[in-house]
Design a protein around this ligand. Structure first.
Ligand SMILES: NC(=O)c1ccc[n+]([C@@H]2O[C@H](COP(=O)([O-])OP(=O)(O)OC[C@H]3O[C@@H](n4cnc5c(N)ncnc54)[C@H](O)[C@@H]3O)[C@@H](O)[C@H]2O)c1
Length: 268
């Protein structure tokens, strides 16, 4: 499959509208958790828009496969095996990505994990895992990448939170806490690095069917869909459209925002 630049796809599939307009031409993006799920959709969308994309994950087979697929389609992409909870490995990762593609213009802190506990009974291991990946992982990513962006006086960071950061949901309390922390990290970094022309924004996806939601009970998924004003789940490509916008110069005056992409779920 080739990636055609400057063409519009008139597909009626939600989120399938834009095929590629070169909006990220010349940019280098690092996306965590990009081997599958929404991160993989972001990688595809960003390559279609002309970016070189570093896929960062711990799922080597899927990550290598996606990078190869994107290269076969004429795009620039590489897979980097990296556990984002390892603070020492971040600088090596940034170095490897920049040696491969050039200075990083866009960081998408997308990787995240959900815990299955129903409520407050999450044990310490669950708390530690979800906090390490969803919260500290975002901090470590920004700490490794933003200084270079600030020196070059250009950069866009997109942190993936969740509607669970905006409204209370039953269960998964550590997850909700970790995603609320992402909003604090985003606003703090936006205010701190705005003077260096580094923009930092957060997106809050609603229900999007991916590997993360596969194991959720279907009754819970149906109950959530019934509460969504648009009465359906979101497609990964619909989240990617916002990621591309925030990564691109089209959003050059937008920083520190928290954008729900949720079919109206938090508007109720
Ligand atoms: N799916 C939803 O409905 C939904 C809703 C709101 C927010 N989110 C958030 O969106 C993001 C993507 O979710 P998804 O549904 O695509 O998830 P997913 O489970 O399909 O994919 C997550 C990816 O992150 C990778 N990952 C996990 N731990 C990692 C680590 N320590 N180091 C490197 N990579 C790691 C996984 O290997 C996987 O490829 C997450 O931050 C999630 O919390 C998802």
């Amino acid at each position: 499959m080739g990636y055609r630049i400057m063409e519009r796809n008139l597909s009626s599939e939600p989120g399938g509208g834009l095929v590629g307009g070169g909006r990220l031409a010349g940019k280098v993006a690092l996306i965590t958790g990009a081997a599958r799920g929404m991160g993989a959709a972001h990688a595809r969308a960003m390559v279609r828009e002309g970016a070189a994309v570093a896929i960062v994950d711990i799922a080597a087979e899927a990550g290598e496969r996606l990078a190869a697929e994107l290269r076969d389609g004429g795009g620039r992409s590489s897979y980097h095996h990296h556990d984002l909870i390892d603070p020492d490995a971040w600088l090596g990762l940034v170095d490897a990505v920049e040696r491969t593609h050039g200075p990083i213009d866009v960081l998408v802190n997308n990787a995240g994990v959900q815990v299955r506990s129903v409520g407050i009974e999450a044990d310490d291991d669950e708390w530690a895992k979800v906090t390490a990946i969803n919260q500290r992982g975002v901090f470590l990513g920004m700490r490794a990448v933003i200084p270079g962006m600030a020196r070059r006086r250009t950069g866009s960071v997109i942190n993936v939170a969740s509607v669970a950061a905006l409204v209370g949901l039953p269960g998964s309390i550590p997850y909700q806490a970790s995603k609320a922390a992402v909003l604090g990290l985003t606003r703090g970094a936006a205010v701190s690095y705005g003077p260096d022309n580094v923009r930092v924004n957060a997106i809050c996806p609603g229900l999007v069917v991916t590997g993360m939601t596969d194991s959720a009970p279907s009754a819970a998924v149906d109950a959530m869909k019934a509460q969504i004003p648009l009465r359906r789940d979101g497609r990964p490509a619909e989240i990617s459209a916002a990621v591309v916008f925030l990564a691109s110069d089209d959003s050059s005056y937008i920083t520190g925002v928290v954008l729900p992409i949720d079919g109206g779920f938090v508007a109720r």
